[in-house]
Design a binder for this molecule. Structure first.
Ligand SMILES: Cc1cc2nc3c(=O)[nH]c(=O)nc-3n(C[C@H](O)[C@H](O)[C@H](O)COP(=O)(O)OP(=O)(O)OC[C@H]3O[C@@H](n4cnc5c(N)ncnc54)[C@H](O)[C@@H]3O)c2cc1C
Length: 390
């Protein structure tokens, strides 16, 4: 592939940058970071409305579904720039669930769900994992039984992030109890306000909230099962592939690295400017090279997708590189900035806006979100290198 962007792609990058300089400021970036996943603040809502007004909400959706039909590389550029600026990202509802519904849903389902997703009326929590079924998703036990024209859902989901303000759950359920475990699962949409759904918070290390969600004989229309019965395991894998493509973006790492470099440029420690300290310069330079390399992996993944491929090994490589690089930036940042670099953003003595300690707590999560890095390495082994699966 050619790593140089085409004139059209460069022009698109400039257009996105122009939009960012008009709509993103420090206040929006601070609000986005401070709220984590506790819903969007007023600045984020205004920003997302401005995105929608431009038609950028579904920018990579095909035109027949109301999107702009941008290429995967153009979407990658967009994500890179938006995350670099610290602005709120497009939700996984738009970048992971909607593209899956486009491929697996019947015409009625597409007509029903896609316009409402496009309007921002619907936001999904992703209900795959259970207490005994994370990596081994096929072991999941939450079941749905057909009763006349309705499914009756019962069971529990674990780590159901966003469930406390999502309107719907994109739920993997067992519908074929007698089939082999991979073949017995279906994907279903469950409204969060349906009687019998209850949500309990679970707080995790970065200060973010995820949830345990319980389904107590929840009734949903038969048509809410999306795609074919028994194919849910493969549909979840498809949605996770889309999810990994956006997690593999390097923009967030760039954003935090820039804050670190800005601090090093001006900070004087023990009478000596940090920017003159050889080991500091050497480590920053190394991180910069790694960021550039990770960016190329992301670009390669997008390019492979534009060629009509399913770049599973490439997206796993990009995801591993970005998540582990984020950990390295946090480690090096805390070391370079010393104890004040490890303070929370609320503390006036914090350096780099408190970003290093925040990234330090967040980045382990990036390593297992969307599938753990150990499993991504397995995927690279058998899909990328042709090694035996076991
Ligand atoms: C904060 C947070 C938010 C999350 N949000 C969501 C969400 O919104 N929706 C959702 O569905 N899930 C979510 N998850 C679940 C997440 O995707 C799972 O934690 C992840 O898939 C790992 O599953 P597990 O926790 O069951 O670990 P396990 O599967 O028990 O794995 C434990 C360890 O063993 C390793 N391992 C397991 N099997 C293999 C193998 N075959 N080869 C090599 N190594 C292996 C894993 O890599 C891991 O290091 C979230 C989790 C957390 C903690």
């Amino acid at each position: 592939m050619d790593y140089e962007l085409s004139p059209r792609e460069r022009a698109w990058r400039e257009e996105v940058r122009g939009f960012i300089s008009a709509h993103v400021d420090d206040a929006l970036a601070d609000e986005t970071r401070a709220r984590g996943n506790e819903g969007r603040g007023p600045l984020a809502l205004a920003f997302l409305e401005a995105l929608k007004a431009r038609g950028w909400w579904g920018l990579a959706w095909p035109q027949e579904y109301g999107g702009l039909g941008k290429s995967a590389i153009e979407q990658w550029i967009f994500i890179d720039e938006i995350e670099s600026a610290g602005a709120p990202m497009l939700p996984l509802t738009v970048t992971s669930v909607a593209p899956t519904i486009m491929r697996i849903g019947n015409e009625d389902q597409k007509q029903d769900w896609l316009p409402r997703i496009q309007d921002g009326e619907i936001e999904f929590a992703l209900g795959y994992s259970e207490a005994e079924a994370g990596t081994d998703l096929a072991s999941l036990r939450t079941q749905a039984v057909l009763d006349g024209d309705e499914w009756v859902v019962s069971g529990a989901k674990m780590w159901n992030t966003m469930a406390h303000h999502a309107t719907h759950n994109w739920l993997a359920v067992r519908t074929e109890p007698d089939a082999r475990k991979h073949k017995g699962i279906s994907m279903m949409i469950v409204p969060m306000d349906a009687p019998g759904v209850s949500v309990q918070p679970i707080w995790v290390w970065p200060g973010l909230r995820t949830n345990a969600v319980f389904f107590d004989d929840v009734r949903v229309p038969r048509s809410y099962l999306i795609g074919e019965r028994g194919m849910g395991f493969y549909y979840a894998a498809m949605a996770l592939n889309f999810e990994r493509l956006s997690i593999g973006s390097i923009g967030m790492a760039r954003c935090h690295f820039r804050a670190l470099v800005d601090e090093v440029r001006t900070r004087v420690v023990d009478g000596r400017p940090l920017r003159e300290v050889p080991w500091v310069r050497e480590r920053l330079a190394r991180l910069q090279v790694e960021i550039d390399a990770a960016g190329m992996l992301g670009l390669q993944t997008a390019w492979a997708q534009d060629q009509g491929g399913v770049p599973a090994a490439e997206s796993s490589m990009a995801k591993i590189q970005v998540s582990e690089l984020s950990q390295r930036i946090a480690d090096e940042g805390c070391e370079i900035l010393g104890l004040n670099g490890q303070l929370h953003a609320d503390d006036e003595r914090a350096l780099a806006g408190g970003r290093m300690q925040w990234l330090y707590r967040l980045s382990p999560m990036l390593a297992f979100g969307g599938g753990t890095n150990e499993v991504q390495r397995d995927i690279i082994g058998f899909m990328g290198l042709g090694l035996p699966r076991k």
